[in-house]
Design a protein around this ligand. Structure first.
Ligand code: FAD
Ligand code: NAP
Length: 343
């Protein structure tokens, strides 16, 4: 394993922010990882684990070691009636794994097609899209504790998954390196009795447009890919980290009060006495949608996505995010929280 000094992270984050890391290494094997951890113990410094860099915003140089987790491999570890358990190493590309499942006829993550990044980061924020979350198909994960080098298995419950949340984003932030995730998928080769998730957004309309009469996971994935591609900026063309903010969940009383002033406010039930409001709508109402500020701005097709028009500094993006948060607070009395990990 090669530890490089003073490396630009521009190619390693989808926002395309140009900051440097004091040290950078990519780990491909368990041995590389243990060498890296020994190095950290001998040369104490901050450590940042990176997958695909699609959920980070760098606002300054990183004065420590950035470790890109590129552990590869996937294997079927268990089969139980119509369930198949697949263990996937952290450095595998998420969307490639989705495509592999489609090929094998394993159902469960077709709605999560085209999400950028690596498998190891997926539990971090319990990735979700189109009515499906990672936790719905998660069995367990293996992680190494950075301070001791010891391995630990986390069950679904241990991960404390929530809406774009997990224990790894809270109490255990920066404490563990996730090395593999085991998924429990539905094996359509054994049983075709499977509940598809197509009630969300435009999926049904897209399936109808594609004349899909016999539902199948490939058709759902294709529909999701087409919808996503039509409105989300491809980081290759325009730097971004997807939704910058989480959708806020507010009390029903607060929602009822807002409805009096904004009868068209969109909303979704979010558990007892709670309502979820799409943050993109709130941001749009504040006049930010499609607005450019210097080298950054809110995307014209999805206000929730902040973009880098070319040479944005991380701080410019952060300042824009703060201004957006302030105006949503002023207009609606709602605090919107960043989903992206800011360093
Ligand atoms: P990174 O950005 O590399 O890391 C994210 C965080 O996880 C960092 O804090 C990092 O330190 C930590 N981390 C990474 N790997 C590990 C590891 N092995 N062990 C411990 N910690 C680790 N997200 C959704 O949930 N749903 C979506 O639909 C979605 N759509 C997106 C669309 C676009 C265009 C973009 C750019 C992003 C989107 N995202 C979405 C956000 C992002 O793709 C996901 O959160 C993804 O899981 C991040 O993976 P990554 O490998 O790029 O993580
Ligand atoms: P959309 O379909 O325009 O919907 C706007 C928002 O309304 C979404 O954020 C979604 O919340 C919510 N929503 C829509 N239909 C819903 C339903 N039936 N029940 C509950 N909530 C509903 O959103 P979009 O921007 O095109 O994104 C589509 C999906 O991809 C969403 O699930 C979104 O989370 C996901 N996505 C995530 C990221 C990211 O970086 N995190 C980026 C792009 C897309 P939820 O977000 O809670 O699902």
């Amino acid at each position: 394993m090669n530890i490089q000094q003073n490396i630009s992270l521009k190619a390693f984050n989808t926002f395309g922010i140009d900051v440097n890391a004091n040290a950078f290494a990519e780990v491909f094997t368990a041995e590389d990882l243990s060498i890296a951890l020994q190095y950290i113990q001998q040369h104490p410094q901050p450590l940042l684990i990176l997958g695909g860099g699609s959920n980070v915003l760098f606002t300054q140089n990183f004065s420590g070691l950035v470790l890109k987790n590129s552990l590869k491999g996937k294997e079927i570890v268990k089969e139980n009636r119509d369930k198949v358990f697949v263990k996937v190493h952290a450095g595998e590309n998420w969307h490639q794994f989705v495509l592999w499942c489609l090929e094998k006829n394993f159902a469960g993550i077709e709605n999560l097609s085209l999400i950028p990044g690596c498998v190891g980061a997926a539990p971090m924020q319990n990735i979700g899209a189109y009515g499906v979350e990672l936790k719905d198909v998660f069995h367990e994960l293996e992680a190494v504790e950075i301070s001791t080098g010891s391995s630990k298995t986390f069950s679904n419950q241990d991960c404390e998954f929530g809406y774009r949340e997990s224990v790894f984003k809270k109490e255990l932030r920066n404490k563990y390196i996730i090395n593999s995730v085991t998924f429990m998928l539905h094996n359509l080769n054994v049983s075709e009795h499977y509940t598809y998730h197509i009630d969300y957004g435009d999926i049904k309309a897209e399936l109808a447009e594609n004349s899909v009469f016999n539902l199948n996971i490939k058709a759902v994935s294709d529909a999701v890919i087409k919808i996503r591609s039509s409105k989300l900026p491809d980081p290759k063309d325009l730097g971004n980290s997807g939704s910058f903010f989480k959708n806020p969940v507010i009390n029903n009383d607060h929602f009822a009060a807002l409805q009096l002033s904004y009868p068209l406010i969109p909303s979704y039930h979010a558990g007892a006495e709670k309502t979820k409001i799409p943050a993109g709508w709130l941001i749009e109402q504040c006049g930010w949608k499609g607005k450019r500020v210097g080298n950054t701005g809110s995307h014209a097709k999805q206000a929730l996505v902040l973009v880098n028009y070319g040479n944005a500094q991380g701080n410019e993006v952060k300042e824009l995010a703060t201004a957006i948060q302030q105006s949503v607070m002023d207009k609606f009395g709602i605090a919107i929280e960043a989903e992206v990990n800011i360093y």
